[in-house]
Ligand binder design. Structure first.
Ligand SMILES: Cc1cc2nc3c(=O)[nH]c(=O)nc-3n(C[C@H](O)[C@H](O)[C@H](O)COP(=O)(O)OP(=O)(O)OC[C@H]3O[C@@H](n4cnc5c(N)ncnc54)[C@H](O)[C@@H]3O)c2cc1C
Ligand SMILES: NC(=O)c1ccc[n+]([C@@H]2O[C@H](COP(=O)([O-])OP(=O)(O)OC[C@H]3O[C@@H](n4cnc5c(N)ncnc54)[C@H](OP(=O)(O)O)[C@@H]3O)[C@@H](O)[C@H]2O)c1
Length: 251
């Protein structure tokens, strides 16, 4: 098979968060340099021609492996096969990391909001592990929405970080389809639009003077947040021009 300039890597470990949501750790090519927010194009050697799908990199750039978080889409072409891999399976990683979901594209601000649905939390784990954002922002707030508690990947790691960075990092999980769990349960745009989240944190409503916002996941969620932030006069990042809001749409 012609794999062109891509890398053949080996699966080292899995973490299964729920029946359909997993993390996979692979070896990392020696010359594979990336920054939090970049994605890798991933495929498997079983295809005659590689069937590439982009996956945000979860590991930080100083970790020796690559880690990805994904959900199995039953009708999908790649993810059901990724879900069947075992330790020592071979995986294809395209030559170079890609993408523009990079925190450094934002202009300086006081508070960084990291908003995610589902596996959209992945790039934020990389950013939080790397830690540079804590020297740039007074506060970092992660709001992470999933349908059910079992889908909350990296929950332990995020709680531990919140405890360690008492008052500097706020982790706000949202569970939308399990009433009575005591978690926030409204969708993120509603929680932000009503001012409820800011209120819970003892802050004034979100605004482009103080806040910088990253949004990642479900495309209807990213569109909803874009509309809300546009109304509040947030500015998109353009090549060569820093902005106050940044988006990554997964499908
Ligand atoms: C920049 C970027 C980064 C991404 N990073 C991640 C990541 O870190 N983790 C991750 O799980 N996915 C991520 N995705 C989505 C991923 O690339 C695939 O689209 C997804 O895993 C489905 O692949 P598949 O081949 O199984 O399904 P496909 O054969 O591509 O088809 C599945 C269909 O389901 C829809 N779909 C795709 N993803 C989802 C989803 N998560 N939920 C519901 N419907 C979906 C699409 O509309 C598509 O038509 C990212 C996408 C982009 C553009
Ligand atoms: N999660 C599961 O248990 C499950 C099981 C089998 C199959 N699937 C399939 O897998 C795919 C992905 O499911 P997923 O649960 O990972 O992702 P998802 O449908 O994007 O849901 C993840 C979170 O995003 C929220 N959300 C969805 N649309 C939104 C919007 N427009 N604005 C704001 N928030 C929004 C959801 O809230 P709401 O709950 O309010 O939508 C949920 O809290 C779907 O196609 C689904 O059919 C999921």
């Amino acid at each position: 098979m012609d794999i062109g300039a891509s890398h053949l890597e080996t699966v080292i470990a899995f973490r299964r968060w729920s029946a359909r949501t997993l993390s996979i750790t692979t070896t990392r090519p020696s010359d594979y340099a990336f920054r939090p927010g970049h994605y890798a194009r991933v495929s498997l050697p079983c295809f005659e021609r590689p069937l590439w799908r982009p996956y945000s990199i979860v590991s930080s750039s100083d970790q020796p492996q690559l880690e990805f978080l994904f959900s199995i889409i039953p009708s999908g072409r790649l993810t059901p096969l990724l879900g069947e891999l075992t330790v020592e399976s071979v995986i294809l990683i395209d030559r170079n990391p890609m993408g523009f979901f990079l925190e450094e594209s934002l202009s300086p601000g006081e508070v960084l909001w990291l908003l995610a649905t589902g596996t959209g939390v992945g790039p934020y784990i990389s950013l939080l592990r790397e830690g540079g954002i804590f020297a740039k922002y007074q506060q970092v707030i992660l709001v992470y929405s999933v349908r059910a508690r079992a889908e909350l990947a990296y929950d332990d790691e995020l709680r531990a970080l919140q405890q360690q960075l008492d008052g500097r990092f706020h982790y706000l999980p949202v569970i939308t389809r399990e009433p009575g769990t005591g978690y926030l349960s409204e969708r993120i745009p509603a929680l932000i639009g009503s001012g409820r989240l800011a209120n819970e944190l003892g802050m004034t409503p979100i605004n482009p003077v103080r806040d910088r916002v990253m949004v990642c996941g479900n495309p209807e969620f990213t569109s909803g947040m874009r509309a809300l932030l546009n109304e509040r006069q947030f500015a998109p990042c353009r090549r060569g021009q820093a902005g106050t809001m940044l988006f990554e749409k997964y499908w």
